[in-house]
Design a protein around this ligand. Structure first.
Ligand code: HEM
Length: 151
């Protein structure tokens, strides 16, 4: 008899567990004032988003690879480029995900590991320069003549 180590997908409760997580995530995004800026990036009806995130997270946690079979290589950053994602949108997305993850039954070690990875992934989706980035870019420009206001 061969014993196989359960995948994260199994530990999260398989299809039903991932659906619960994704549904809670989008229910929060749909209703919470804390998530309005990330909500408006999505279509009015979140059904398609729920299905895509469900398929992606199933694959990502070691479950069925239906997402890749249907949509090809995830290329998640590229797929997010049409949407303006800055720190505000990232943090609102994570606000929903942290709460949804916090409510699901799972070992603490798995919750911490998933939280860490999802924070890294969400940060990777950012595609908007932030004020701090502008300041850094300005410092790299050659210094021009000072413009004195009023002159
Ligand atoms: C950082 C903040 C994020 C924002 C603001 C954001 C927003 C969006 C939006 C507006 C869409 C298009 C609507 C849709 O197809 O559902 C989308 C698609 C998607 N997002 Fe995100 N997202 C973020 C982070 C993430 C992360 C961390 C993941 C993975 C865990 C993820 C997974 C997906 C997937 C799988 C799709 C569908 C892509 C496709 O196959 O077309 N997103 N996201």
């Amino acid at each position: 008899m061969t014993e196989t180590t359960p995948t994260h997908y199994d530990t999260l409760g398989g299809e039903a567990g991932i659906r619960r997580l994704v549904d809670r995530f989008y229910d929060l995004m749909d209703a919470a004032p804390e998530a309005v800026n990330v909500r408006v990036l999505h279509a009015e009806n979140l059904k398609a988003s729920r299905e895509k995130l469900f398929l992606y997270l199933s694959f990502w946690t070691g479950g069925p690879a239906t997402y890749v079979e249907q949509r090809g290589h995830p290329r998640l950053r590229q797929r997010h480029l049409p949407f303006a994602i800055g720190t505000r949108e990232r943090d609102e997305w994570l606000w929903c995900m942290d709460r949804a993850l916090g409510e699901q039954a799972m070992p603490d070690a798995l919750r911490s590991a998933l939280t860490l990875k999802l924070h890294e992934l969400a940060d990777f989706m950012r595609n908007q320069a932030e004020p701090a980035d502008h300041a850094a870019a300005r410092r790299e420009l050659p210094q021009g003549p000072e413009v004195v206001p009023g002159n």
